[in-house]
Design a protein around this ligand. Structure first.
Ligand code: TRP
Length: 333
């Protein structure tokens, strides 16, 4: 039986939060458990370097992200689990992809365009102010992350959709120029989930301080949930589930049938206090055991480092084969 290769990564630029869980971690971990899939999951530490330029912080965030995967049940004996920086073949492939990538193609990448739009809004003279080449090249490196492993499927949140399209596009361009070399990947999105807003209603993002962190202590989690803004409808009054953070968050952590009941109760007049309590209980049921594992791993990150080093050896084997194929295709071998 040939297995599908499933690959995904997280950039360690902040502590993992509810958006990471629902959009990427939960679906990715479910795929990793399937016997018809071989997972390659990693921590995109060189991707973080364009914004995290404090070595101690980068190291801590790397461990936080790695501990999160492991605490939520990633089995490193089955999945190949590594950090990007330990696989130099990826960077070599990235350089080859750069040579078939039109510069204008990168100009249209969301993150770069958002940075430029922000500069113009601020009235800055230089539209590229504060943009480093790490940010500009982000989609190229990410394409190399994916193509280096003959990936079939990339489970990611919606915010990464364009990046996977870039990887597809670059693979196709490269193959046209140099002959069949890279496998063209597919994206795997959880289409059933609504986009996840932060606690203030804007996009959930570490930079807005509006996230629900996965492994905060229970008192902090409870406080974050209890503080969520609602309207002033009291107990017994029908509530609108289409416009409620409580419902959206509940859906991220519960099964569709549990969510259905929650929504029915919500419409039937469940009080906001009760709804918040149920959300907290649901998250605790899901996260209390992983939190314990996470806390233990963070107390002694050398276990994490050892696990990642073992994964890197396996990752380099696979990426080395693809790199050699790329070199033969272009005439550097
Ligand atoms: N861009 C992703 C994030 O922000 C991380 C990432 C890097 C990634 N390379 C990848 C995800 C390859 C999937 C596949 O978290």
């Amino acid at each position: 039986m040939s297995q599908k290769i499933v690959l995904s990564g997280i950039k360690p630029s902040g502590s993992p939060h509810l958006g990471n869980y629902a959009g990427m971690l939960q679906p990715a971990l479910a795929l990793a458990r399937r016997t018809d899939c071989q997972a390659y999951y990693f921590i995109a530490d060189y991707h973080a370097l364009n914004s995290v330029q404090d070595p101690a912080r980068l190291k801590r965030l790397l461990h936080e992200v790695a501990a999160t995967y492991l605490a939520l049940g990633l089995d490193p004996a089955r999945a190949v689990f590594y950090r990007q920086s330990a696989v130099p073949e990826i960077f070599e492939i990235s350089q080859a992809l750069a040579c078939v990538c039109p510069k204008g193609f990168m100009n249209r990448a969301h993150a770069y365009k958002a940075a430029v739009a922000q500069n113009l809004e601020k009235g800055l003279r230089d539209p590229d102010a504060g943009v480093n080449m790490g940010l500009f090249n982000y989609p190229l490196l990410m394409a190399a992350d994916i193509l280096a492993f003959d990936t079939d499927l990339v489970p990611v949140g919606r915010d990464q959709k364009q990046h996977v399209e870039y990887a597809r596009d670059l693979a196709i361009r490269f193959n046209k120029t140099f002959g069949d070399t890279f496998r063209v990947p597919e994206i795997s999105l959880r289409a059933d989930l609504p986009a996840l807003p932060g606690t203030d209603g804007r996009k959930m993002s570490k930079s807005y301080d509006n996230t629900i962190a996965l492994f905060d202590p229970p008192q902090v989690l409870k406080h974050r949930i209890m503080k969520l803004k609602t309207d002033s409808k009291g107990e017994g009054a029908a509530k609108d589930p289409s416009d409620s953070l409580l419902v959206t968050y509940f859906q991220q952590v519960a099964s569709p049938s549990e969510s259905k009941i929650f929504i029915e109760d919500f419409i039937a007049g469940m009080g906001y206090g009760t709804a918040k309590h149920r959300l907290f209980e649901k998250m605790e049921a899901l996260l209390s055991e992983p939190r314990r594992i996470y806390t233990d791993l963070m107390a002694d990150p050398s276990t994490i480092d050892r696990t990642l080093a073992e994964g890197a050896t396996k990752a380099r084997q696979k990426a080395g084969q693809v790199r050699d194929r790329m070199r033969r295709s272009v005439g550097i071998s």
